[in-house]
Structures are given as C-alpha cells and as structure tokens.
Design a protein around this ligand. Structure first.
Ligand code: GLU
Length: 467
C-alpha cells in the first residue's frame, strides 16, 4: 500500500437511500468492505440522505438488507447526513471566517442572464465570481431582504491532481472549476460539501466509489484542503454494463441485490461473481470470501467498464450448488417449495431431493421447479406415454411392479430389479427407463430412475405406476 503513513485503513460506503441496493452499488460496497478487511481496518456506513424529496426510510432498510445479505458488516455507522447538519453549518462558518468561502447574493435571474451572455460569447457557462472578495475589488451592494448562498472560494490557478488507484493520474486545472455553492440560501449545505466534511470527520483513508463521482473529486479535494484535512486515496471503480455494453438496467435481468436470493442465487456465488467483476487475482475464478479479503487490492481493479454476464453468474451459482451438501441445499430449497404451495409434510426429505437435483439445477428456483413432481403426483402425460410405452415394454413393466414390492427399498436393489426385467424381456434400457420416467415424473428428463423411485418411496412409486 502506498500510504505508509496510514495507521488504520478506513473505508466507507455512502449510498443515497432513494431505492433498493443496486448490484453495482453492492459491488462498490464489497470492494470498500474487502479493502478494510484486508488491512484489518474499519468499514463505515454512511447514509447520504440530504435529498429529502427522494430519500425514504424504506430505502434505508432495503440498503441495510442488501448489505446484510451480501455479508458486508460495517464497523461504524450508519451515520445519517441529515443528523449532521449542525456539523456542516459549523464547518461553513469556519470557512467563511477563514475566507475560503463567501456569501453570494446573485439572484437566479442574474445567473440566467450570466449564463446566456457566456453562451452567446461561446464561453463555458460558470459563475463569474462577482461576489468573490478580492483585494481592492469593490463588491456590489448587499440587496435588502435577500438571503445569500455560500460559495466555496476555489483556487484561481494551478491544478488539482490525484493518483487515482484505478484510473491513474487525473489532473484538472483550477480554471475549469468555478466557485460552487456549499450552502443554499436556506442554510442547508450541498451534497459535495457534506461528503468532504464526512470523509474528513470519519477519517476516511480510501475513498472507493463509482466513477460517476470522478467529476466531484477535484472540488472535494479543494474543499478538503481548505478545511485543512488530509486527503484520502481515491479509487474510482468503473460502471457495470449489461452484456450488450449498455448501462446495466432491468432489461438485463435483476439489478437489485435482493432480487438474487429471490431468484435462487446463493450468497457466496453472487459475492464471488461481484468480486471478479472488474477485479482479478491471477486466473482465479472461484474463491471464498476469506480468500477475497486476503487478496483484494486496488491495483488489480480494471479501469474499463465491467460487463455483467448472467450466464457466467449462473454457471458460478451452479458450481456453488454442486459443492453444497444435500442437507445444506435442502435447507435453502425448502422456502422455495413452500412458496410454490407444495405440501412437504409426508413427502420425500427435501435434503434427499436437493441432492438428487443439484447436478442439473443452476439456481434454487430451477431446483424448486424440478422438484415439483416429488411433492405433487403428476397427471399422466398421455402423449409422452404413447410415444415411449411400447407394447413390448408393457409385460416387463407389469412384472417390474410386482418385483419392486418384494425389493429391499434401496437404490442399488431397485436398479438391479429394473435391469433384471430388461434382460429377462430382451429389451434395451431406454425401453423401460423412458416410460418409467414418464409415469413417475410426467417428463423425460430426470435424474436416475432408481434414485427417483427410492426417494419417492414404494407406496408413491406404485401409486404412479399404472400399467
Ligand atoms: N451517495 C453517493 C451515491 O450513492 C456516493 C457518494 C460517494 O461515495 O462519495 O452515489
């Protein structure tokens, strides 16, 4: 880490509570969290709720739920900006006194006229500094009865530069930046200002955030300097795009973090996927949260936009599913079965069903669909039956039915009985297997038929076995 002077790494996640936790926000939070964990530092949660029109308590809950599901525990906070108003106002006073901020009485009509004139002169629209105190410069007379805004006195010359840990060195000339408003006429501080005071007060050492904030950084650096604060390291993480290269939206699938558990994705798989989305550790694709915390660094975040690939996430999810035990999966699968109104009371053990299905189902939702016939006797699919139940197979199936009754009800024994009937009647395996599948499950694509029978149990198997 380049900041040798830093004794404790402190990162933060600073969502605005205007909706659910977006998958992109979840990834930003994951990176900030993992960085703090790697260096045994602190991860701070700050709720940026100053947009009172759009911020809601439900959104705060939704963000907390999303973070909890992802396993991103915070060490400090949540701090709410709306509860820190006094502190911001105090800082504004400090800056007014220090001369790094000043009152501005320009009206919105004047601002409009200013912009229009600049546009007409082919200049970039910007505040012209008419209330900015300068030595020897007369200021306009203060209009009676008008509340001023407070503007930051941005340095006039020189550059603002930082070594972004993701994007490399970024430099902006101060001439590009006008004196932005840090407090509105009603005294409320503006967003860019609050962020500075917070990052300073919360002693944030590394600001890891979305690159939609790159344009705010030069202003924030200037304010931090004016406040006398140490500058954090900045790492601006690129956006996540859909697989068509467009901004990730509902069109591409789920964008809310909490949609993933609802769609049957496993937490560890989603976290693993997000970790690899724009960051890499050699060729490692599958790793645990603990490994991620051990490996995560800012140097291996890719500066280019990451593309969200639902197929890859599914593949990863399936891998995680396959590595879980039937008992673990059964536990996770159960709510999905209950949700599908299936009665689990006297029917096969969910753990056993999950074990049987895990090779073929990439999500718990798929698994719940595939598990349906274990809990609900399927109607006879006459069409499939006509297709697969040949005349030559009928006597073999009838004999099989009675032979099964005498079987020790275990997969190997069931399998042996089936094979014996196939041999006895001079048939090929599929001639028996396929009609059996159709009878027992109503479909043709299933796990091994002896395993299905074992799981269904003798009584239920026989009840479905009407030849
Ligand atoms: N509140 C901002 C957002 O949700 C984040 C600001 C920051 O990380 O500095 O996009």
């Amino acid at each position: 880490m380049e900041t040798a002077a830093v004794t404790e790494v402190r990162t933060r996640f600073a969502p605005s509570p205007t909706g659910f936790l977006h998958i992109g926000g979840g990834r930003t939070a994951l990176f900030a969290w993992a960085f703090a964990r790697r260096y045994k530092g602190k991860f701070i949660l700050r709720i940026e709720d100053t947009d009172v029109e759009r911020s809601t308590p439900e959104a705060v809950e939704a963000i907390l739920d999303g973070m909890k599901w992802l396993g991103l525990d915070h060490d400090e906070g949540p701090f709410f900006q709306m509860q820190r108003m006094d502190r911001y106002k105090q800082s504004i006073q400090f800056m007014l006194t220090a001369g790094t901020a000043y009152y501005c009485y320009t009206t919105s009509e004047e601002l409009d006229a200013m912009r229009e004139a600049q546009r007409a002169a082919n200049e970039k629209p910007r505040y012209d500094g008419r209330w900015r105190p300068e030595r020897g410069k007369p200021l306009p007379a203060i209009p009676a009865g008008q509340s001023p805004v407070v503007r930051f006195r941005n340095p006039e010359s020189g550059i603002v530069a930082w070594n972004d840990k993701v994007k490399g060195r970024i430099e902006i000339s101060n001439e590009e930046l006008d004196d932005f408003i840090i407090a509105r006429a009603d005294g409320t501080p503006t967003y860019n200002f609050c962020v500075c005071v917070d990052d300073w007060d919360m002693r944030i050492t590394h600001v890891i955030r979305g690159d939609d904030h790159v344009n705010n950084t030069p202003r924030q650096i200037n304010v931090l300097k004016a406040l006398g604060a140490d500058l954090p390291v900045y790492a601006h993480v690129s956006m996540i795009l859909g697989d068509d290269g467009q901004k990730l939206s509902k069109r591409h699938g789920a964008v809310s973090v909490m949609q993933y558990p609802a769609d049957g994705y496993l937490r560890d798989a989603v976290v693993n996927y997000l970790a690899r989305l724009g960051w890499s550790h050699d060729d490692d694709e599958i790793f645990t949260m603990a490994q991620f915390c051990e490996w995560f660094d800012l140097d291996h975040i890719t500066p280019s936009a990451a593309q969200f690939n639902t197929e890859k996430l599914k593949w990863l999810n399936h891998d995680y599913i396959k590595r879980k035990s039937g008992a673990e999966l059964g536990h996770m699968l159960q709510p999905f079965l209950i949700n599908a109104n299936l009665d689990l009371s006297h029917k096969p053990d969910v753990a056993k069903v999950a074990e049987l299905l895990k090779e073929r189902c990439a999500t718990l939702v798929e698994m719940a669909e595939a598990a349906h016939y274990f809990y609900h006797r399927p109607a006879t699919n006459q069409e499939l039956l006509a297709q697969y139940l040949t005349e030559s197979a009928k006597p073999a199936l009838a004999e099989l039915k009675s032979a099964l009754k005498a079987t020790n009800w275990a997969k190997a024994d069931i399998g042996a009985v089936v094979k014996a009937q196939v041999a006895k009647h001079g048939l090929k395996m599929p001639q028996i297997m396929m009609p059996l599948r159709v009878l027992l499950t109503g479909q043709t694509q299933t796990p091994a038929i002896d395993a299905i029978m074992e799981t269904l149990g003798l009584d239920e198997t026989l009840a479905r076995f009407h030849v």
